[in-house]
Design a protein around this ligand. Structure first.
Ligand code: MG
Length: 299
């Protein structure tokens, strides 16, 4: 074999090997499957408007398809949210936390608070068709917390298994959200959250990525790809500059690397605004939506 044919053979072989190890969605998206649509969602505070109806009216005009309330608001306003969403083309994209206590609490009373309040939210989320309820295993400020050891990870996976199976029975999931090190040192990377979801051995345990917290990641593309379509259930977005509206820091707010991964893996979930606003909402919100649609098309 001369040098040229050796190179050609090994290059082809490497290509075939790489293709065979890719997720099916990635292979098909490169060949026949149409690129997935960008499904945007807002948290309650994102759109202008006083009442839920005003906010949802505004969202419909912008073509926003998902609504992400907090867990406490879900329980308090259950009937109103149910009634408003029935009449619209907007679905719950996720429920953002809202439980008391935390899953890695040392104090059994605090852990019990988590178990009770989280299950109440999960049940309500399932009834209204939310794909999941977002949770963080432990914020830095939540103490006393089980130590960051292998034993604690095993405990977390066992607890999540039970919770995930409960969520599945309710018709929903629980979604692990990694945060940056200043907020939650325990869980910082999307790939780690996906591995914990996998090791929990329940299809009711998923993970998400938040572009703001993903400052922890070396690569947005790599982070989403490491979770893949099987585990990635939700995405949060904000300006990478200061967690306000996407586009408020044009030099920093480039999401195309992450969007490229979402498109290639065939991600069908929501990209949900979780951010403040540094100016006039009526101007910055539509501008952010336009920016994200442009970047999605380009990615
Ligand atoms: Mg978030």
């Amino acid at each position: 074999m001369d040098r040229r044919s050796f190179f050609k053979t090994t290059a082809l072989g490497a290509g075939a090997l790489a293709a065979s190890s890719l997720p099916l969605g990635l292979v098909t998206s490169c060949t026949t499957a149409p690129a997935p649509k960008l499904h945007l969602s807002f948290q309650h505070g994102t759109p202008p408007g006083e009442t839920l109806a005003e906010k949802l009216d505004y969202m419909e005009k912008l073509g926003i398809e998902g609504y992400e309330p907090g867990g406490k608001a879900l329980l308090r306003d259950f009937a109103a949210i149910d009634a408003e969403l029935r009449a619209r083309n907007i679905k719950l994209s996720a429920i953002c936390a809202g439980f008391d206590g935390f899953i890695l609490a040392e104090d059994p009373a605090v852990k019990a608070e988590f178990d009770t309040s989280m299950r109440e939210i999960v049940e309500a989320a399932g009834k209204l068709g939310s794909p999941g309820v977002i949770m963080v295993p432990a914020f830095n400020a939540q103490t006393p917390c089980k130590p960051h050891t292998l034993e604690t990870r095993d405990y977390l996976c066992a607890e999540l298994h039970e919770l995930g199976e409960f969520a599945l029975k309710c018709g929903t999931t629980v979604i692990l959200e990694p945060l940056n090190r200043r907020e939650a040192f325990y869980l910082r990377l999307v790939g780690d959250a996906a591995a914990i979801a996998r090791d929990s051995e329940s299809a009711g345990v998923k993970c998400m990525g938040d572009f703001w917290h993903m400052q922890e990641e070396v690569s947005d593309y790599g982070a989403f790809m490491s979770a893949g379509k099987e585990y990635l259930q939700h995405v949060h977005i904000a300006s990478k500059g200061d967690r306000k509206m996407p586009g408020e820091h044009p030099e920093a707010d480039d999401y195309t690397d992450g969007f490229r991964a979402l498109k290639q893996m065939g991600y069908e979930g929501f990209v949900s605004f979780e951010c403040g606003c540094g100016g006039e909402r009526e101007i910055l919100v539509p501008a952010a939506v336009e920016l994200l649609r442009e970047q999605w098309a380009k990615a």
